[in-house]
Design a protein around this ligand. Sequence first.
Ligand code: PMT
Length: 220
Amino acid sequence: SELNKNYKLKALVTAGPTNEYIDPVRFITNKSSGKQGYALAKAFAKKGFQTTLISGPTNLEVGNNINLIKVETADEMFKAAQNNLPTDVAIFSAAVADFKVKEISNSKIKKQEKLNLELEKNIDILNYVSKHNSLRPKLVIGFAAETNNIEENAKKKLDEKNCDWIIANDVSNKAIGFDSSFNEVSIYYRDKNMDDERLTIKSKSEISDEIVDRVIKRLN
Ligand code: PMT
């Protein structure tokens, strides 16, 4: 059966936001709910993949047969990814904070008129993995959350981050993207023989099934 054919295949998915602490009670985060990534993990597990889901903080229930690794910061997400790669396929749907606080205060910062925070760049997990000799999965898929010039920006990320595919979504549209149960995506392929594809608005679960179908086709 198809399940038996896939059961040896391993998938890794990143999902959700990351929290970057300022002090013990405050952090910088972003708008991801984790819905898209959890739906992808569910879709992989349903098709028999050994599935690892590395998730930032979310309120979501995880599906059956998924190895859930909960993390909070980008650094923790990065370590978890290193510990669980390579796989056959990895999809990076997490909205990782691009910056972390350079010096995290050990105690709660007192109220004051002004507070300057120095931020430094977080590691780009997708970029690191896709350019790593031994950790890189056969198939590396990134997401691109864009608000404008979607195709151009997504193709730039495809190239610069050495992805095989990039899945772009428009996060300026409230009906889709962050926190919605729906999405609409464009898939761009590195392989010039493959035409770009558009999956029009449907549930994140249906979008995930269609992505996983394409992954299976590509891996078999
Ligand atoms: O979680 P939901 O509410 O369901 O919303 C889903 C989503 C909109 C968050 C999701 O579909 C999505 O687009 N995820 C990627 C969000 C993002 O941060 O995109 P980006 O364009 O900044 O990053 C590009 C790619 O690099 C992504 O695959 C991202 O996971 C990866 N990245 C980025 C920064 C970083 N430090 N490490 C990374 O791995």
